[in-house]
Design a protein. Sequence first.
Length: 101
Amino acid sequence: MKVPKVVNIFGKEYKIITKERLEHEGYDALGLIYLDEGEIYLSTEQSLESLKRTLLHELFHGVVDRLGLHNVGFSEDAEEVLVEGLAVFITENFEFSFHKK
Ligand SMILES: [Zn+2]
């Protein structure tokens, strides 16, 4: 799978940056999203299947943010469960590719 360089979520562009190793607060991470900066980081130290799931997971965090769900009381715990659930559901049931950029 060719990872896109840019993804558009409801009018906001997010750059996708791959790195060999990612760290977040002292722990290894597979993916990270910086909502304000519009940046998504992906670790290349994971299988293709894991990479797809991680990318979807981070993109769904972007979708939740763009939909403004935090402003209507959607908790971070609920968000984590939802975005991971959607990412697993999609990777287990669909093949996907990116059509732009
Ligand atoms: Zn997450």
